[in-house]
Design a protein around this ligand. Structure first.
Ligand SMILES: [Zn+2]
Length: 397
């Protein structure tokens, strides 16, 4: 049996308030106990990491690792459809997703303290690199198809593709839809019916999506027409993004609604009632022209909030701490503890890893990071959401 103990100035279990001079006991890579100076265990030895805070590895609830080769190549745009135009043109020019940038992106995310990622994929190009890494992942095999009227064969083929993957305990594949403007109602319903785990969808990301669902016009309609994907049988539902996916069976506790920049309070209330999760990716929203997300309204609504970076096509790096710093800037009234919970325990629960990751509790996997904290910091939570760089992060074996 491999028994280890870690001690530090701060331990942040997330499931309870920070513990000053805390310790964690680990056996066979599993957490067996956590505590503070009032209940030292004789067995809790280990070298104290004095000026550090130990946290659970972070959860990046939305990324597209296969797009990592696009880093710095799709410049910011004033509107999201314009940005997507640029992205699609670049993707067509390449024709495949090279693996070296994926491998580098995974190690970069690890170096920034990420233990688990919700990874959107159309090609499964990141699957083997993930299998060779220490990263856990909800692998969201994403389908598009605005003119698909008979989704059966597509679902069956995708299922078969997922079944043929090497089974890895910490990689969990499922089938998900891209967005309301790129997936037909039949395909949305079929994915909802096929789903057994979390279902991620890009939702309420752009103002153009709201317009498209309201009356069927605007930039998304033009894009579909231009690509030859427009379907005359599609009738604008004349409703909001959340109402739309509810009509097609996706509004439930498995729903991971990504972005939600354009959602109204009444829609957020529906997500709360359904016990769904919002994933916010503020740096990406700023880059793509979607606009800054209403972070304070997310938290005020009571919805479960998780955090993602999105892909390296729309963000500078995969450092989730940088995302937290922008959230802090956008919503200074939200307590730092709530932001940290979003980047850990809420993300893990939403991605279906709530029993293993996201907090420091007995029985969970010891995926622990130590973040250097300078002398004189008394609000450690506030410090951790103020911008931490990988230089200050160390994984505890
Ligand atoms: Zn995305």
């Amino acid at each position: 049996m491999m028994r280890k103990a870690f001690r530090a100035r701060w331990v942040l279990p997330i499931a309870q308030p920070p513990i000053a001079d805390g310790w964690i006991e680990v056996e066979n890579n599993q957490i067996v106990a956590v505590g503070g100076p009032d209940k030292y265990r004789s067995t809790a030895g280990g070298q104290p990491i004095r000026q550090a805070a130990i946290l659970p590895g972070l959860v990046n609830a939305h990324a597209h690792l296969e797009l990592s080769w696009m880093r710095g190549q799709v410049r910011p745009a004033p509107t999201m459809p314009q940005w997507v135009d640029r992205l699609m043109a670049l993707r067509r020019s390449a024709g495949h997703e090279p693996s070296v940038p994926i491998v580098e992106a995974i190690s970069e995310a690890r170096a920034a303290g990420t233990a688990l990622v919700g990874d959107i994929t159309n090609t499964l190009a990141a699957y083997e690199p993930l299998a060779d890494s220490q990263m856990s992942a909800a692998v969201f095999r994403e389908l598009l198809g605005f003119s698909v009227t008979d989704p059966g064969p597509l679902i069956a083929e995708t299922r078969q593709q997922l079944e043929q993957l090497t089974q890895i305990e910490w990689l969990r594949p499922s089938i998900v839809p891209h967005a309301p403007y790129s997936v037909s109602p039949d395909l949305l319903r079929a994915i909802a019916a096929a789903g057994q785990g979390p279902i991620s969808i890009h939702l309420g990301e752009s103002a153009e999506e709201v317009q498209f669902l309201r009356d069927g016009t605007g930039a998304w309609r033009e894009l579909l027409t231009g690509l030859g994907l427009w379907s005359d049988s599609w009738m604008p539902p004349g409703c909001s993004p959340v109402d739309y996916i509810e009509q097609h069976g996706l509004l439930n506790e498995h729903l991971i609604a990504v972005h939600c920049v354009q959602l109204q309070d009444v829609e957020l209330a529906k997500l709360v009632a359904a016990q769904a999760t919002v994933v916010t990716c503020p740096r990406s929203n700023r880059w793509t022209g979607a606009g800054l997300p209403p972070v304070a309204r997310f938290y005020a609504s009571g919805v479960r909030v998780a955090v993602g970076t999105d892909s390296l096509a729309s963000v500078e790096d995969l450092n989730l701490f940088a995302e937290l710093a922008l959230m802090r800037e956008l919503a200074p009234s939200v307590p730092p503890a709530a932001l940290l919970a979003s980047a850990t325990i809420h993300g893990a629960a939403a991605l279906g890893f709530g029993r293993e990751l996201g907090s420091i509790e007995p029985g969970k996997r010891a995926q622990l990071i130590a973040v250097a904290v300078p002398d004189g910091i008394d609000d450690v939570e506030q410090y951790l959401v103020s911008g931490i760089t990988p230089d200050d992060i160390q994984w505890l074996a």
